[in-house]
Design a protein around this ligand. Sequence first.
Ligand code: SF4
Length: 258
Amino acid sequence: MSGFLFDELIFGPVHSRRLGVSLGINLLPIDNKYCNFNCIYCECGWTDRSKGVKIILPKRDNFKTKLETKLKELQGTVNEPDAITFAGNGEPTIHPKFAEIIDDTIEARNKYAPKAAISILSNASMLHKPSVTTALKKVDKNILKLDSAIESTYKAINQAQSGITLNKIIDGLLSFEGKLIIQTLFFRGEYDGKIVDNTTETEVDAWLDVIEKVKPEYVMLYPIDRGTPAKNLEKISESELNEIASRVEARGISAKVY
Ligand code: SF4
């Protein structure tokens, strides 16, 4: 698998445009991407679904010790984090101890970095699991993915594991009652002999209808930024993203273009 991978459990802090001084958490393996999606634009590369791939996830106790050590080290310095952000080499909510790890993170944050907001970037695929949703609702910022509101396009873009349907995801997003942020990557291209394009009129209309129902705090709109595993994908222009953003705003919801 080729692609960009984080090689640590806790990385940074980095100065992030959207989050300020952000300490990153990678709950996934450091040498492999681990995700229940296989997005054709994923900057980590393709998901390897072959059996026999050894997946080593960080242990809860090890994570807790490392996080506390790092936060103590940063306490009172210019790098004391504004944000603790779960991102990394795949989908953080599939870690079997995700709920407990969130509790540990909140405890450590309260002790050593009380101004830091805890953010999670997630593909929203595990929202049917009450333990995951309960844990997510304890954090400050849930940044949840929705690349299309049309099942066939969602399947073509995100290539989720079987059983993860768009309807399930949307039901999960609705359960946040507006206390969430939606992130969407807009692009067009061709993959596996088919056109994939979530920027068409039909696509954007369907997506806007769902956004209006979900009522997020705001929507983050992205273009492709790094290399993608599918080769024929096109980065759309900033003006196109701004045009979509203005249509979000017209529905009474804030939108930010990155
Ligand atoms: S959900 Fe995120 S990590 Fe998983 S394949 Fe898609 S972009 Fe990559």
